[in-house]
Design a protein around this ligand. Sequence first.
Ligand code: ZN
Length: 159
Amino acid sequence: MQIAQNTVVSLEYTLTNDAGEVLDTSRDAEPLVYIHGQSQIISGLENALAGRATGDAFKIRLEARDAYGERDDDLMQTAQRAQFGGEDPVVGLQVRTDGPEGTQILTIVAVDGDDVTLDGNHPLAGVPLTFDVKVVGVRAATKQELSHGHAHGSGGHDH
Ligand code: ZN
């Protein structure tokens, strides 16, 4: 079976940057499972998977715009230490905020006295990424999976 709209795909993958550093991998873990055609994974990888079948392995390098997007300096913001409710703001810590545009994950990138600088960009924004991928399963999604918007079973939701 080939990967097409509304198939459930299982993938083994290793993600590296241009320096060859491994940023993420499914090695020693469950394969990644997603429903194809529903923007559940980044667009550049999803497009490269269309038409592939179980056993296919390939490597693809994606520019940042096809992966987690370019960096947007407008997503940088400053806050005051007191806004952290007694928690010590530490560089690298991620905080969750609920704003008008929904939940946002911000990363603390600098702390200068009482001034805390936060970055709302995805940690991989602006980074070209190389995916080394192997397709380990393709099957049709069930009606229930499509109505829930996620895959069930091994590697998917269990409920
Ligand atoms: Zn479900």
